[in-house]
Design a protein around this ligand. Sequence first.
Ligand code: URA
Length: 187
Amino acid sequence: MTMTDLRERCEGCSGCSLSQTRTKLVFGVGPEDAEVLFVGEGPGQQEDLSGEPFVGAAGQLLDDMLCIIDLGRDNCYIANIVKCRPPQNRDPSDEEQNACYPWLEQQIALLNPKIIVCLGRISAMRLIRPDFRITREHGQWFSRNGVPIMAMYHPSALLRDPSKRPETFHDLKTLQKKVLEMCDRTP
Ligand code: URA
């Protein structure tokens, strides 16, 4: 199966009630041979309208963060824990996450990334450990089935609380070091 096949199957998903309120499903974006995968929480309003992840204000900040370490949408894959917008931008429920997660697992299997970066608590609790503490454990490396994985603050959290930005700059430099160590094609 290719990513295009998976996307087509995913577009038809009605596995949870978010499928009834979505405008567009937000599958994910990036080259199919990307070595670094970023995983956010779920689409917001702009993403729901466009079908692209991280296109609103948080997305602009994410682009700026990536640019600092020579990464960008042309060499990374960006996806979310849930692919349909939770109304009023609430956190996706466990039920919604459970229904959607197998799609992300298949995406990860197809992509086979060398590094995974969780954006925010919801993503880290799902991909690293259910009791993950973002304030204490951001910027640290863990292993997910042998693949190095770390979490950083969600760009929306950085928009709300700019005092977290210096720590995130440090996390980005930690990521850059790992990219230089592990990746063949990514700068
Ligand atoms: N926040 C997310 O977690 N994902 C998006 O795609 C947009 C905003």
